[in-house]
Ligand binder design. Structure first.
Ligand code: SF4
Length: 439
């Protein structure tokens, strides 16, 4: 059956830079199956790319918006005049959405909100869920690009710029498409997941007829309604993360948080240019574990940061004893070209870095082994990643793919990859579990 493509009329005003913006937007629209049409009548929606350089250009842009509204009625505005959203809304309160220049993600999000793309498996070159390099049953969901933090050891903000969040509805369209394509576990990633939406001032976004704000809590709620595993990575322990814990307690999202703490000593954290209130963090972890006793915290730490003294490293070990982090990755500090931390004095010799790394990992192994042993006799849902003639290998809520442990199910060679089964744990080591299927 021939699919009915949604049709978009485009009015492009302004300079060559605005024209390039229009070309990029049109390319994205075409790739997603939208049709671009040349008249107001035939369009389901009109996109007006405006200019705001001179008064005459602003007047022309406002006039073009008015004409599109009069002729078609459904108008999304983008481009330079989009920076003056109040002015546009005053003159034309009926516009559906307003975005600024070069905001491709936001324009696409606004269009998806107002006029969802149609997908046709027989016509589209790319599957609805996109081309993926992960197995069919789990997928990474990128919610933003760039980062507003300026950690001294990191050059990501230099390379990728400040935080640019994808509007919530846009993320949710992708998530739904992935679930329709068979994904059973969504792994939410970004550089700073808890800052999601800050750049958009947590703008509202319409998904399935309901208004959501583009922010961490609403995203967790919306994803939690899809009926698949949702795992949050790169979360910072800001106070608003507390709000997400009840969703974990209700089983809407996995009780798993990946929080890259990097260190615990206040001076080192300051030199790293990271928030340095680890006492508060300990309180927060304790409060979270009261709400969700099984909460699994994964984190990464850096040892041998320039100037790190023996005492400061000991502080980190003490803090880890208290924090009882469940899963931990450790890196020995390495200078990255262009990172501000290269200018710091007090380089730690490689042998000392190695020794600190070994001591930290030894401590973590003890913590981890105790936590794993406490799981013996308990039951968990396990998602199956691999099956061979001898066994099936899966993961529980506490294990992200590739970075955490596995659950081994001896003799289970008839399970399906992506299947979720109930398992009783009967053995454990510091990283992995062994168990049997009980349903
Ligand atoms: S380490 Fe992470 S939070 Fe810090 S600047 Fe880099 S990307 Fe941002």
């Amino acid at each position: 059956m021939q699919r009915e493509s949604p049709k978009i009329g485009l009015v492009s005003l302004g300079c060559p830079k605005a024209l390039v913006d229009s070309e990029r937007i049109v390319t994205r629209l075409r790739a997603e199956g939208y049709q671009i049409v040349g008249d107001y009548d035939g369009a389901d929606l009109v996109l007006v790319n405006t200019c705001g350089f001179l008064d005459s250009a602003r007047a022309e842009s406002l006039e073009a918006i008015g004409e599109a509204l009069a002729e078609n009625g459904r108008v999304v505005v983008t481009g330079c005049l989009g920076k003056e959203a109040d002015l546009i809304r005053r003159e034309h309160p009926g516009v559906l959405a307003i975005t600024g220049p070069h905001q491709y993600e936001q324009v696409m999000g606004a269009i998806h909100d107002a006029l969802p793309p149609a997908h046709d498996a027989f016509q589209d070159l790319v599957p609805e869920a996109g081309l993926r390099l992960t197995p069919r049953h789990y997928a990474y969901l990128k919610i933003s690009e760039g980062c507003n933090n300026r950690c001294s050891f990191c050059i990501i903000p230099q390379i990728r710029g400040d935080l640019v969040s994808r509007p919530l509805a846009q993320v949710m369209f992708e998530a739904e498409a992935l679930v329709r394509a068979g994904v059973k576990e969504l792994l939410v990633i970004s550089q700073d997941t808890s800052a999601y939406g800050l750049d958009l001032k947590y703008a509202s976004s319409n998904w399935k007829g309901r208004e959501y704000r583009t922010r961490f809590l609403d995203l967790a709620e919306a994803l939690g309604s899809l009926g698949v595993w949702v795992r949050m990575h790169y979360v910072y322990p800001y106070p608003h993360v507390d709000d997400v814990l009840p969703l974990m307690a209700e089983g809407k999202i996995l009780p798993y948080l990946d929080i890259p703490f990097q260190h615990a000593n206040p001076r080192v954290l300051k030199a790293m240019r990271r928030p340095a209130n680890q006492e508060k963090v300990l309180e927060r972890l304790a409060a979270w574990r009261k709400i969700v006793p099984d909460l699994t915290i994964r984190s990464t730490f850096i040892v041998g940061f320039p100037g790190e003294t023996d005492e400061e490293f000991e502080d980190l070990l003490d803090w880890l004893e208290e924090a009882q982090i469940d899963r931990l990755g450790c890196f020995q500090y390495e200078p990255v070209a262009g990172a501000p931390s290269n200018a710091l004095t007090g380089a730690v010799p490689d042998a000392v870095k190695q020794e600190r790394f070994d001591r930290l990992m030894e401590l973590q192994q003890e913590i981890s082994a105790q936590k794993q042993i406490a799981k013996i006799g308990r039951e968990y849902d396990v998602i199956i990643d691999d099956v061979d003639e001898d066994e099936a290998i899966g993961r529980s809520f506490a294990d992200a793919p590739d970075i955490d442990g596995n659950v081994y199910l001896d003799g289970e060679n008839e399970l399906e990859i992506g299947e979720i089964v109930r398992v009783r744990v009967n053995d454990a080591d510091a990283y992995d579990l062994w168990g049997e299927v009980i349903d």
